[in-house]
Ligand binder design. Structure first.
Ligand SMILES: [Fe+2]
Ligand SMILES: [Fe+2]
Length: 255
């Protein structure tokens, strides 16, 4: 069974629709998301409708919690805060119920776990080798059967392998067969707001039976969502955010 892993859609329904069309052309049986379905962009209702229409299960991200008032928005930069404030005004009760229903983590068969960032913490940024090694220990204490953790939040696609000897290896986003001895963290990148300088929507496909992992990019008309955002006073698009510039990184450091 092959899984498509989507993360950080951030209310960009055009990017999500393009990814779902791409997934549909592949041999994928299950689609899951890793949270931050809203925030930043300004099509939250259409995005939530698509997720519900396709019955895509997932977990909650920090922006989802901020949008329903379960997490303070002051960790965000000014653009992120403005977008959350705008989002809160347009979400219906049903939208809020959907966001509130998202679990913190989602266990998948085959020793796989979905979280937004880390277990029990959708805000921390996993970056250093020490953090990944510690998180692998935490996850194995949580469930000794786990072998793969899907994690988003940073908007950057990557594979991190924590070997049986404790050595942490970063593998660039490429098609690869996972080391059967390693504990693997897979970040599919962001559907709605990539931060690696490539505006195409990002996602990953994983087959736990063969351990084959592939990273995918999908082109779509990113100008439309930017126009929608600008019309609503939110000057942000797929190219901006934390890696748009050093200033943007400093101003908007909450993924
Ligand atoms: Fe996040
Ligand atoms: Fe995010």
């Amino acid at each position: 069974m092959r899984f498509a892993i989507l993360s950080d859609i951030h209310a960009n329904c055009d990017a999500l629709a393009a990814v779902l069309a791409d997934v549909n052309r592949q041999d994928v049986q299950v689609v899951v998301h890793l949270g931050d379905v809203v925030g930043y962009n300004t099509r939250p209702r259409e995005t939530l409708a698509l997720l519900r229409e396709h019955a895509i299960a997932g977990v909650r991200g920090n922006h989802d919690l901020m949008a329903i008032g379960k997490l303070p928005a002051d960790q965000c930069g000014p653009v992120g805060r403005k977008a959350i404030s705008w989002t809160r005004k347009v979400l219906t009760e049903s939208d809020c119920d959907y966001l509130a229903s998202l679990p913190a983590e989602l266990r998948l068969a085959g020793g796989m776990l979905c979280v937004h960032s880390a277990l029990g913490d959708p805000v921390v940024r996993l970056h250093s080798r020490e953090q990944f090694a510690e998180e692998a220990e935490v996850l194995l204490q949580f469930d000794a059967e786990l072998r793969v953790c899907f994690t988003g939040h940073t908007h950057l696609a990557q594979l991190v392998e924590v070997g049986a000897n404790g050595v942490v290896r970063r593998v660039p986003a490429a098609d690869v067969e996972l080391d059967p001895e390693a504990f693997c963290f897979i970040n599919p990148g962001s559907v709605g707001q990539p931060r690696d300088g490539d505006e195409r929507a990002a996602y990953a496909v994983f087959d736990p039976d063969t351990r084959r992992l592939s990273f995918h990019r999908v082109a779509y008309d990113a100008r439309r969502i930017m126009r929608d955002n600008a019309r609503r006073g939110i000057k942000i698009g797929p190219r901006t955010g934390a890696t748009g510039s050093l200033l943007a990184r400093l101003l908007d450091a909450a993924p």
